[in-house]
Design a protein around this ligand. Structure first.
Ligand code: ATP
Length: 193
């Protein structure tokens, strides 16, 4: 999977629509302190399904919406779209939007999807909101100080098998529901005999 283009609207300091094209090779983002370089990386993590406002340097998820300045009013929504190249499966656009008081909504190629679908799409490609490939400030220290279980999680994310845990949990839930149904069926059959 390759990231092709990131489009931000109303996300943190990006009040006007901004587009970052990610061409093959190295892409560098340079600018003075506080111009929004880290916000770009956070937008990338956010559109991939980040659920923790703390890891986006916010108190609540709505903190990602442009909060206004002395000269510009706050926005009511933030939206980030990421165009990805999925190899033989072609290109897809993943979009996340948050509106004040309405929470987040996700789309893949214009279709409404769940956060889980987006997280799985990226996890299967060994990337995602918690990918060790995204190294934000302070992350190196956190990796060094990580407990073995946390380090294992990082390795699983890097290996692209993190999505299997989600699928296993889903399968176990379905299995338990089926077992309960079978037991109920046995009881009903027993009642009829
Ligand atoms: P540095 O080089 O110092 O790490 P940076 O270029 O990475 O800086 P960021 O940390 O990405 O900069 O951006 C910080 C800026 O984003 C601050 O000016 C902050 O006020 C602004 N900002 C963050 N959240 C919002 C928001 N919700 N609304 C408006 N502006 C915001």
């Amino acid at each position: 999977m390759r990231f092709r283009r990131l489009v931000l609207t109303g996300f943190k300091s990006f009040v006007e629509p901004a587009e970052l094209r990610i061409e093959p090779g190295l892409t560098g983002v340079v600018g003075p302190n506080g111009c929004g370089k880290s916000n770009l990386l956070e937008a990338l993590r956010w559109v991939m399904g980040e659920g923790s406002p703390k890891s986006l340097r916010g108190g609540g998820m709505e903190d990602v919406i442009f909060a206004g300045t002395a000269s510009r009013p706050a926005r009511d929504f933030a939206e980030v779209s990421l165009l990805i190249d999925r190899g033989p499966e072609g290109e897809s656009e993943v979009t996340r939007r948050i509106e004040r008081g309405a929470g987040s909504a996700y789309r893949i190629d214009g279709r409404d999807v769940r956060q889980k679908d987006v997280a799985l799409l990226f996890a299967d490609a060994a990337t995602g909101a918690h990918s060790p490939a995204l190294v934000s400030q302070g992350r190196i220290g956190a990796m060094i100080a990580a407990r073995p279980a946390e380090r294992r999680q990082m390795l699983e994310e890097a290996a692209g098998i993190a999505g299997l845990h989600v699928r296993r949990k889903d399968a176990e839930t379905k299995l338990r529901a089926t077992e309960a149904n079978l037991q109920r069926l046995d009881e009903l059959l027993g009642d009829q005999e």
